[in-house]
Design a protein. Sequence first.
Length: 105
Amino acid sequence: MSDYYSTTLDDLPLFAAPAQRHSPTSVAAADSMDRSTMNRLQRLIYDFLCDQPEGATDEEIARACGMNPSTARPRRIELVRHGLVVEAGERKTASGRRATVWRVK
């Protein structure tokens, strides 16, 4: 099963490069990449949050960045794990539910 389905966040890679896990050469190539740099989607979310002094919910991030929420949320989680993004309170979503607001640290 993929690393993204681990039971704890500590097991997840900070900036996992895409790889075909069944292919040793693909895994080796991905592992050789510099994980200290953000990928394109992480950078898109980070740059958006830099322009949001009040922060944004996952819903707002996904909408503003033109991403599926299932793509945006894991990228935001990676930024949180790397210490670049932090919780900044709560507010209601479009459907009226409460959601965590995220901002750049």
